[in-house]
Design a binder for this molecule. Structure first.
Ligand code: R1P
Ligand code: URA
Length: 291
């Protein structure tokens, strides 16, 4: 078995992986990710017991229990580049032996569930609603640094998206990855389902104009209009495609769930986004604790 060098997998003097500062024994197999470091305690306050509280930079981790279910909640910060760090380090914690620095014979699939915020791209998805991403469609570049593949339907969806939006003229080729089907089936009642676009920014990449002009001013309207069979684009945010893409390649079950805080078609913003997120956490934790 190939030994992974000190420069490639960085382990600190606590025996913890470098960015997350988490040791293998401090991580549960069910991991909730949140963008906002302050949201970690908003999740773990619902735990019956918290065993570990860890932090390094924007990455805060709390591990504890709801009943017999062991759960970790980890803050990722914003964006696909941070997800590259978080998902690789979560995977290393369960699938690489830190003593021998080799990949374990027996791999462990994690459940990785993002509880985040998002902007709706359809008029009928109101602010404060909850959306589950059936697919993450990335207009960032992250997955192209890895050897990755899609099934036929995913390839056709990306092709239809490129034809419809004409993004290939100015942006990197989009990529797509699907939700973990074992998790998706539990989140139906009270959740809308749809394709989520993952953007490498909050302003220009999501069509917001403050002082700068956009290279493709009709892009957001085209996202709203896109249809592929039963599929439409429900929302956009900044992490889902990266979590789905990396997680799937590594054999993990991933799901991204968002509280809608902005509706970009109706130009509305939630009057109490904090409450919407709190409601999303409570409702989703009840389900997660039972999976
Ligand atoms: C932008 O405000 C951030 O909010 C969304 C986006 O994905 C991005 O991270 O998610 P979080 O609320 O989980 O951070
Ligand atoms: N997060 C985003 O990335 N976009 C929004 O519009 C709202 C939350």
């Amino acid at each position: 078995m190939q030994r992974i060098a000190e420069s490639e997998l960085i382990i600190n003097n606590r025996g913890a992986v470098y960015h997350l500062n988490v040791r293998p024994d401090e991580l549960a197999n069910t991991v909730i990710t949140v963008g906002d470091p302050d949201r970690v305690k908003e999740v773990s306050k619902h735990f019956d017991k918290v065993e570990h509280r860890l932090q390094h930079r924007e990455f805060i981790t709390h591990t504890g229990y709801i009943g017999n279910k062991r759960i970790s909640v980890v803050s990722t910060g914003i964006g696909p580049d941070n997800i590259d760090i978080v998902v690789n380090e979560l995977d290393a914690l369960v699938n690489i032996d830190f003593e021998s620095r080799t990949i374990k014979q027996q791999l462990t699939p994690l459940h990785i569930i993002r509880l985040g915020t998002s902007g709706a791209l359809q008029a009928d998805i109101p602010v404060d609603a909850f959306v589950v991403s059936t697919h993450g469609l990335g207009i960032d570049n992250l997955l192209h640094f890895y050897r990755h593949d899609n099934n036929e339907e995913e390839k056709q969806l990306v092709h239809a998206f490129v034809t419809h939006t004409q993004v290939q003229d100015s942006l990197s080729y989009p990529y797509i990855a699907s939700a973990g089907s074992q998790l998706l089936k539990h989140f139906v009642q009270g959740y809308q389902h749809g394709i989520t676009i993952t953007c490498p920014g909050f302003y220009g990449p999501q069509g917001r104009v403050l002082r700068l002009g956009l290279s493709n001013p009709t892009f957001v309207d085209r996202l709203t209009q896109f249809q592929f069979g039963q599929h439409r684009i429900t929302n956009f945010e900044m992490e889902t495609s990266a979590i789905y893409g990396l997680g799937k390649m590594m054999g993990h079950q991933c799901l991204s769930i968002s509280a809608i805080v902005a509706n970009r078609v109706k130009k509305e913003f939630s009057k109490d986004g904090g409450l919407a997120v709190e409601n999303l956490i409570k409702k989703s934790l009840e389900i997660i604790a039972g999976i």
